[in-house]
Write a protein that binds this ligand. Sequence first.
Ligand SMILES: *[C@@H]1O[C@H](CO)[C@@H](O)[C@H](O)[C@H]1NC(C)=O
Ligand SMILES: *[C@@H]1O[C@H](CO)[C@@H](O)[C@H](O)[C@H]1NC(C)=O
Ligand SMILES: *[C@@H]1O[C@H](CO)[C@@H](O)[C@H](O)[C@H]1NC(C)=O
Ligand SMILES: *[C@@H]1O[C@H](CO)[C@@H](O)[C@H](O)[C@H]1NC(C)=O
Length: 861
Amino acid sequence: MQLGEFLKWYSIIFVLGILSLHHYPALTSLDFFQVCWILVHYYSSNELILVNFSMFFLFIFSLLPSCHWVLAYNITPSRPLLQGQTIVSPGQNFELGFFSPNNSARKYVGLWHRSIFPRKFVWVANRENPLEVTNTLANLRIGSTGNLELIDGKQSSMWSTNISVSTNGSAAVLSDNGNFVLKDDMGVELWQSFDYPSDSLLTNMFLGFNGNSGKQNFLTSWKSENDPSTGIFLVGLSAQTPSQMFIWVNTSTPYWRSGPWDKSKFIGIPEMSAEYLSGFTLDDNVKQETRYFSFTIFDKTLVYLDISSEGITKIMYSNTGENWNLYWHAPKNPCDNYGACGPSGVCKASDTPVCKCLKGFKPKSDEEWSKRNWTGGCVRQTKLFCETHTNKSVSSIGKEDRFLKMENMKVPDIHEYLESLSEMDCKVQCLKNCSCLAYAYLNNIGCLDWSKDLIDLLEFPSRGVDLYIRLSRSELGKCLYLLASCTTFQQQFSFCHIKLRKQSLESTGMIKTYRDGLREYIGKHDSSELKVYDFDSILIATDNFSITNKLGQGGFGPVYKGMLPEGKEIAVKRLSSSSGQGVEEFKNEMLVFSNLQHKNLVRIMGCCVKEDEKLLIYEFMANKSLDTFLYDLTKRPVLDWAARFNIIQGVARGLLYLHHDSYVKVIHRDLKVSNILLDEKMNPKISDFGLARIVEGTQNLENTLKVVGTRGYMSPEYAMGGIFSEKSDVYSFGILVLEIISSKKNTSFCLLDQQLGLLAYAWKMWNEGRGLELVDEVLGDSYSSSQVVKCMHIGLLCVQDNAANRPTMPDIVLMLTSDIDGLQPRRPVFTIQNSIPHSQPQYDNTNSYTNEATITVIRGR
Ligand SMILES: *[C@@H]1O[C@H](CO)[C@@H](O)[C@H](O)[C@H]1NC(C)=O
Ligand SMILES: *[C@@H]1O[C@H](CO)[C@@H](O)[C@H](O)[C@H]1NC(C)=O
Ligand SMILES: *[C@@H]1O[C@H](CO)[C@@H](O)[C@H](O)[C@H]1NC(C)=O
Ligand SMILES: *[C@@H]1O[C@H](CO)[C@@H](O)[C@H](O)[C@H]1NC(C)=O
């Protein structure tokens, strides 16, 4: 044929083709050009046939504009799928045909969403057995056995459905949900592509298995982006109950894990609880031993879940039907890699480094760990009690292992499911069995426990679950345990040998050391509420104890403001590390404080002990201490009378709690304005329990070797004789009340050249009936004179020399809320207050840097 002829016929057929494409979108342009080419070639030697053929073509196209192109959605014995042709599902969602991945020399039969680009081949038939790209004669047909088969140009099978088909006339149909189905002549399904997933899961497809038939459905990744043959990654469900979704690498090594299914979501995928709650189902039929996972989101067909050749599983969707958008993917960060931090390591993506050991565990190899090789994981620091005490005995009561609650966790892998146990039984069950390392009680699941290595633990920023880790008791209440054991400090400090409990001493006739007392005390009181903070997190919170964060100087070390990552403000008291100063007070404060709770006491949140560093962590008080208002001319007016009265009442209630209402009687011994902290609403909270002493109920007087306290607040009997009782606190309270009324310091008070102390002055005014003249002049006339008189009266009753004459805290709280009877205060001895520091020059220099400082006076015997 001449070139002119060729072009003529080619253009005729081209025009016909354009027309047909217009009417039959099921035909692709590729089909069309191939058809043109073949026709022109084939008939070029016979014009007549060609003309007839083209007339026939024209005839068909013009008469049947609304008919389906018969090849559009099925393959029958008489109609194979040739190269260049595709079949399309009735609703035009999916298309099936030959394809070659980008630049690949191989050809496959595959299935894709028809209109969306770039094409995603959601199913590939001959993925292990590609055709050469040059093989133009291969086709997909219904073979003689009734099977669907792909044959190459030499009629040998490249791929087959390979089932036994008993009928003739089977046909392969592409459905609108993307399922390619082989049916017999009665329309019964013989084979479907949904049972043989490649790397993608469509809506209406399932991952999972059938225990009866042994059939399992996995997704398997492509080998590479352009090679559909089976790669190294697998996605499927685990055989555990409740099940988890996994990515495995090299067929069996876990690579990523979803966490257990809780009947609506996988709990290790926190995003699911918010955005992806609906649309996922996991049918778990225990009887039939089947378990299927499927999903539906948005428009059911324009979505798929797949596994990439790099091991990323993702869900893609299309709004427009034109392009793909990412909906979800995993793994997302280093922590998503299975077992990223090794056994008993916890991964937190927001931390650097991401791995840390579970509390109570340490790196198996410090060397590897410091090189950021986490694979070795962590090992237990302290053996479990149950490991070393296999025989239960009375002496083990109270020493059993405990559980540490960890929040926002992804639970570890390899759980056991203890169905139908209550939460309490779940805990007990775990505690009873020494091989149980952790448990969790989860919504919609119930009791899970773990007895293997705790592997693949993650801490999420939010939305994780609570996990309870078994730990030796000593790892838990470490703040108090440190105290109780006294081992490291024993040689350095005599702290452990101070007598604590006179009562037990009397009852047993034995001298109980402080240490024993503490042991006993800790045995009775659960200390695990007290949190042990990590030193590094405190460093971050306080910006390396920056000077700008310094709130002030407490009796035994500076106090810093800090901000925890979750935005909570804290106050951190830092014990001067090297001097050894204040260790005793530090421990004391921890001990006394941790088990006290009252709204007028500052709450201790925890401690932090690392080598020489000893820190106490408190709730933060927005308005600092009372003295910053009382003795500051500009801030004084903020304290109107109502605020002052409220403070007096609050302090009284706090002291009442310490002296009478808490289960141990506590004497504060260092009550003063700088130890009264104010919250954002100016409510007072008593702080600084470094000098406080726990005393037994019957024991009121304690004789100590050291006289500690603050000049100006010490009762005469204590300052002179070292005898303290709750009445010493009452005395200090009295001073405090007079100071609050007057905004004047007891210690530095000077009036009209008369060297009178505040006490003497108040007394003088009271006796002369001029009590109201004591009131801070910034208040002007705006105060309740009856309340002022009442407070002054109470103040003077509290500072009487004879402790027996002073009221108790219950008396005081009562007086504050009702009318006072006619009790008249006795005249105090004013001289003692100012003479003490001068007559006792050995007081502790480090703590006497201001008049307000706590002093320690060692009295000779
Ligand atoms: C077809 O199935 C039979 C057994 O069911 C198996 O032995 C044979 O290898 C399969 N052939 C192909 C091509 O998969
Ligand atoms: C990481 O540590 C483990 C032991 O904990 C060791 O076997 C492995 O070789 C280390 N890997 C590298 C890359 O150093
Ligand atoms: C524990 O009890 C068993 C049997 O009562 C006894 O044989 C064993 O010696 C005990 N072990 C210890 C450490 O007391
Ligand atoms: C303790 O737990 C292990 C591991 O789950 C289990 O094999 C063992 O039977 C349990 N022992 C008891 C006494 O329940």
